[in-house]
Design a protein around this ligand. Structure first.
Ligand code: SAM
Length: 301
């Protein structure tokens, strides 16, 4: 490389890294270890006009760690409508804004998703300063297949709704990534054992990048056994192996079709939804399930 080439490269880099007016920057921040804040993230946070933060106190700590002082706007789940509107007004008025969420990559399981949509609907330039993300960090450490994977984020709703969502994933062959809060860990592992069987492999990734980082590579029943005795603490990502062809240790494989449907109805699903889910679990058409129920009723009459 000549001196001229190298000067050109520096110039390209400076141009690419210049902070532009009317632009929303999605700035990834550390998921536990402050040293993971990138050089480019520091530059953008130092140079933008305003920072939209999910938790301004958390972000204040990060900014003072990097010696940055900036006006902040609070942007979180409970004020995202009004605050989102205000941020868009600032951007349309020509100001640059960085969005940082509590930790990791904005818009992944946090309200950043809505701001990105709003900004693009208003033809505002959006760009990303990539960096830490708990899901990808956990997947890469899992020792499970990383070739194909799906991200489920948090399981939501009541026990039955969570069970229903898991049941829909029963035949998913790709590695599955979940986020989970410590107070839900036991129930989630129980529901997973119930749905996917005891032997499904999993990596329970806890407190990633922090002093107490831990990756437990085990089976679902191994994880449940461990957390029945030990209190779940800290932040968790559960990485779960996908369904393997010929999996036959599944919870439902020991049930008749009628028992399988009944399992869902007694969990609160309507007969129609229970049949639909049973058909999905077994990989057959709903008509096959209806026929089986009809036949088994006739036999018992
Ligand atoms: N946007 C973030 C990202 O890119 O990973 C995720 C935000 S979501 C609201 C927070 C969840 O991410 C936590 O409940 C936990 O499941 C997971 N998480 C975040 N930091 C983590 C860490 N250091 N170790 C394990 N899981 C973490």
């Amino acid at each position: 490389m000549t001196m001229e080439d190298s000067k050109m490269n520096m110039k390209d880099r400076e141009d690419k890294n210049a902070v532009l007016a009317s632009t929303l920057y999605l700035v990834s921040t550390p998921i536990g270890n402050l040293s993971d804040l990138s050089e480019r993230a520091v530059k953008v946070l130092s140079e933008v006009d305003i920072i939209a933060a999910e938790d301004t106190r958390n972000t204040m700590k990060l900014l003072s760690f990097s010696g940055i002082s900036k006006p902040m706007i609070s942007y979180h789940e409970h004020n995202k409508r009004e605050s989102g509107g205000r941020i868009i007004e600032e951007l349309l008025a020509g100001r640059s804004c960085a969005l940082v969420t509590d930790a990791g990559t904005p818009a992944i399981s946090d309200p950043g998703e809505d701001l990105v949509r709003l900004a693009t609907e208003n033809n505002i330039n959006v760009t990303s300063i990539p960096g830490p993300c708990a899901a990808i960090t956990a997947l890469s450490l899992s020792a499970l297949s990383t070739r194909r994977f799906v991200f489920e984020g948090f399981l939501e709703g009541t026990r039955n709704q969570r069970l229903q969502r898991l049941s829909e994933l029963k035949n998913e062959g790709r590695t599955i990534i979940f986020y989970e809060a410590p107070h839900n860990m036991r129930q989630t592992l129980e529901l997973m054992c119930e749905t996917f069987g005891n032997k499904r492999r999993t990596a329970i990734c806890r407190e990633l990048t922090k002093i107490n980082e831990e990756v437990m590579r085990t089976t679902l029943s191994g994880a449940l056994e461990y957390y029945t005795v030990n209190e779940p603490r800290g932040e968790y990502v559960i990485v779960l192996d996908g369904a393997q062809p010929g999996d036959d240790d599944s919870f439902f494989s020991h049930m008749s079709v009628a028992e399988h449907v009944e399992y869902y109805t007694s969990a609160g699903l309507s007969v129609m939804d229970a049949v639909k889910q049973t058909a999905r679990d077994r990989g057959v058409a709903k008509s096959v399930i209806y026929k089986e129920i009809h036949n088994s009723k006739n036999e018992s009459d």
